[in-house]
Design a protein around this ligand. Structure first.
Ligand SMILES: Nc1ncnc2c1ncn2[C@@H]1O[C@H](COP(=O)(O)OP(=O)(O)OP(=O)(O)O)[C@@H](O)[C@H]1O
Length: 199
């Protein structure tokens, strides 16, 4: 679905990503590596937020380097949903759980049951734990109908119990997901682990 071929990203003299090739397959792909190894940069490139300095990113076998920024944005909106590190950045705080899901495009609340949030449709966002908020963020991402979910360190701001909820969610997503994380438990869950070396 999304494929990177020989991707490199440089910021002046800093080579954030060097000659990286990978294909996001069904299941969970985890980008792991020490701080500064280029995980977030590679995620931005795979999410079409940033253009690589070298190489090519293919979406459904279509090369993206010749697309304009507006074409990239439309392709991203259609195919890719991003879940941010901080749960609050993913949700509309003054809406209820159900309203958030409907605002993301859901026609019913069945995704709540599927992600362990059944019965919470009328709750305010503030009544959810951090882990429940991240679960809801993944539910909203699925409601958008994206073909691929992308998440940068989705457990890093959560306590262990809340992180467990997110790990369960990541293990059972119905669409391919690519996640950058330091969390060794996420690496264990991965169908494909892509280790990045410090630059
Ligand atoms: N916009 C930018 N401008 C300049 N340098 C950048 C930029 N973004 C990232 N870098 C540099 O690129 C390298 C890789 O950064 P990146 O954030 O992708 O690593 P990371 O593995 O995600 O790190 P962390 O785990 O700490 O988030 C670092 O040396 C970083 O300072």
């Amino acid at each position: 679905m999304i494929r990177a071929c020989g991707v490199g990203v440089s910021y002046g003299p800093v080579r954030a990503v060097s000659d990286m090739s990978l294909a996001i397959a069904p299941g969970l792909t985890v980008l792991s590596g020490p701080s500064g190894s280029g995980k977030s940069t590679l995620l931005r490139v795979l999410s079409l937020v940033e253009r690589p300095s070298a190489g090519e990113v293919f979406v459904r076998d279509r090369p993206t380097s010749a697309l304009s920024w507006s074409e990239l944005r439309s392709l991203r909106r259609k195919e890719i949903a991003v879940v941010f590190q901080n749960p609050a950045d993913n949700l509309i705080s003054h809406l209820t759980v159900g309203e958030n899901l409907r605002a993301a495009g859901a026609t019913d609340l069945s995704l709540l049951d599927r992600l362990g949030l059944g019965g919470s449709g009328a709750w305010r966002i503030g009544a959810l734990s951090g882990g429940q908020q991240q679960r809801l963020a993944f539910a909203c991402a699925l409601a958008r109908g994206a073909s691929v979910l992308v998440a940068d360190e989705p457990t890093s701001q959560l306590d262990v119990r809340s992180a467990d909820l997110v790990l369960e969610t990541l293990a059972s997503l119905p669409v391919p997901a690519v996640v950058a994380s330091h969390d060794p438990r996420l690496v264990e869950l991965a169908d494909l682990c892509v280790p990045l070396a410090a630059s």
